[in-house]
Ligand binder design. Structure first.
Ligand SMILES: O=C(O)CCC(=O)C(=O)O
Ligand SMILES: [Fe+2]
Length: 203
């Protein structure tokens, strides 16, 4: 949906308006959120925005049919998101879980609430998550991934210089989004983050 949104006639008529509106609103909210994240890191509030974190957004709409034997399968296997951040709207069915201190914790649906996941490109600590299936449903979610659609950007992304010091040296190699996304997609949703392969140190 950004930076090159589809022509309105390329979208199905039934969801064209809501999809366009959702993308517009989520992009404007992302501006505020990247500002707050920058400030939380002790950087100027436009730092992450100037890195282009809020410029590219892919939006996915997931549909999980009701499952007769939910205990035998998963809606989405354990993974981290290939994005700076991912913002998710879920309906009332539930099923999303995050891994916290080695335990799977439910992320209960909250009316009018957004779930914001830190993804691998931002990597403060990207959140491991998965989706359980339910007998009830179907379940529908809308999720905006910031960063991954922006593959024409040839900028090198790496540790933020302002946050490095002799006692806190870089832990990761630099990469373009294009190489990062290609590598991550090759690896697939196997629960091992591609970002580990860019590590310079063992810790
Ligand atoms: O549908 C959900 O709740 C999460 C889906 C997800 O994690 C993803 O699409 O990356
Ligand atoms: Fe995800």
């Amino acid at each position: 949906m950004a930076p090159d949104p589809p022509e309105p006639e390329q979208l199905p008529i039934c969801c064209k308006d809501i999809v366009t509106e959702f993308s517009k609103e989520i992009l404007s909210f992302a501006d505020s959120l990247f500002g707050l994240l920058s400030e939380a890191l002790g950087l100027s509030s436009n730092h992450l925005k100037e890195l282009g974190c809020a410029e590219g957004v892919d939006v996915a709409y997931n549909y999980y049919p009701p499952c007769p034997q939910p205990e035998l399968t998963l809606g989405a296997t354990q993974h981290t998101d290939t994005a700076f951040i991912a913002m998710l709207v879920q309906d009332h069915i539930g099923g999303l879980q995050v891994l916290h201190q080695n335990h799977w914790v439910d992320v209960p649906p909250m009316s009018q609430g957004l779930v914001v996941n830190i993804g691998n490109l931002l990597q403060f600590t990207s959140v491991e998550h998965r989706v359980l299936l339910k007998g009830a449903g179907p379940r529908v979610t809308a999720i905006a991934f910031f960063g991954i659609g922006y593959t024409s950007n040839s900028r090198l992304y790496g540790p933020i210089e302002e946050l490095l010091s002799e006692s806190d040296p870089p832990k990761y190699k630099k990469t373009t989004i294009q190489d990062f996304v290609a590598g991550a997609y090759k690896q697939g949703l196997d629960g091992t983050s591609f970002v580990q392969l860019l590590k310079l140190t063992d810790d």
